[in-house]
Design a binder for this molecule. Structure first.
Ligand code: SF4
Length: 296
């Protein structure tokens, strides 16, 4: 049984639209995440060392969300709702609790568009519902002329290597299965791509490894590939920086000094790295004629 948590609010309005995912709102049906990624950006917060152990279901989320969506719809404040910005919408427990499914039904009722990025195959259960939202959603005025549909989907991939994925994302399905999932979502007619955020410095961000990811995304029919760097928070034992450095110790300790130079005392990489990563990703996307953003 999951711990149950009552919340006062569930629909979060972003200060401005997320430029990667085009979302104006986020909703998290659960607290914590069964994918348990060691690099997860929510580590370094109150969620603790093991995201799966700290899991809770937001039991009153539907009734709160309904009120919030009704108010936004009444004022015409439509926008993409990202489900799972601090959890995966399809964690293992979703099979039993069906909170994401309930949220999708509310989005359909109030005609809000949806964005989901996942590492879990359970999303296939909701294909029919997602198709209905894709057709029925009302888009924000500035996106309506270019997008003309109400669902955007991503599978998230940080490396194609099964060993690395097993060490870093122990609760997610293997990377190739995620790409297979992408293909199935594409065959169902969705706008869907690969979210390669974060790629891992000196591991999956190199010309050769990034080429493999973007080539594979194209082979599996991605509409777009988004590439972004790794942020590492905090120095406490539950924080992502501590856990990721532990992974580096086991995977390849010779990378530790390189990471120290790259991050210095920050949680993000030095700016020249970010510029080079973007240029590399753009160049490879162009090589395979894959969009490096969701919109054309
Ligand atoms: S799937 Fe996303 S939210 Fe879940 S642990 Fe991994 S990075 Fe964090």
């Amino acid at each position: 049984m999951l711990r149950e948590k009552e919340v006062k609010t569930v629909l979060n309005k972003l200060k401005k639209r997320d430029s990667w995912f085009l979302v104006d709102y986020t909703v998290n049906p659960y607290e914590g995440c069964s994918c348990n990624c060691q690099y997860c950006y929510i580590r370094g917060s109150k969620y603790g060392e093991n995201l799966a152990e700290g899991l809770a279901v937001k039991s009153n989320a539907p009734e709160i969300l309904e009120k919030q969506l009704a108010a936004k719809a009444k004022n015409g404040q439509y926008g993409f709702v990202g489900i799972g910005s601090a959890t995966d919408a399809y964690i293992h427990q979703e099979e039993k609790y069906r909170m994401t499914e309930t949220i999708l039904r509310l989005l359909l009722k109030y005609r809000f568009p949806a964005f989901i990025s996942t590492k879990c195959a359970l999303i296939k259960r909701d294909i029919k519902l997602l198709k209905e939202i894709d057709q029925a959603a009302i888009l924000p005025a500035d996106l309506g002329s270019t997008l003309k549909r109400g669902v955007i989907l991503s599978v998230s991939v940080s490396s194609l290597d099964d060993t690395i994925s097993h060490m870093l994302e122990p609760g997610a399905i293997p990377p190739l299965q995620r790409l297979q999932l992408l293909k199935e979502l594409k065959q169902e007619g969705f706008l869907a791509g690969v979210n390669a955020i974060p790629v891992l410095p000196f591991i999956s961000d190199t010309e050769e490894e990034l080429d493999k990811i973007i080539f594979a995304a194209n082979e599996y029919d991605a509409d777009y590939v988004l590439v972004g760097g790794l942020t590492l928070f905090g120095n406490e034992k539950a924080d992502s920086k501590t856990l990721f450095y532990k992974f580096l110790q086991r995977y390849d300790a010779s990378l530790l000094p390189k990471y120290s130079s790259l991050y210095e005392s920050n949680y993000y990489t030095v700016s020249c790295y970010q510029k080079e990563l973007k240029e590399r990703a753009d160049r490879i996307c162009e090589r395979y004629s894959v969009r490096n953003k969701i919109l054309e």
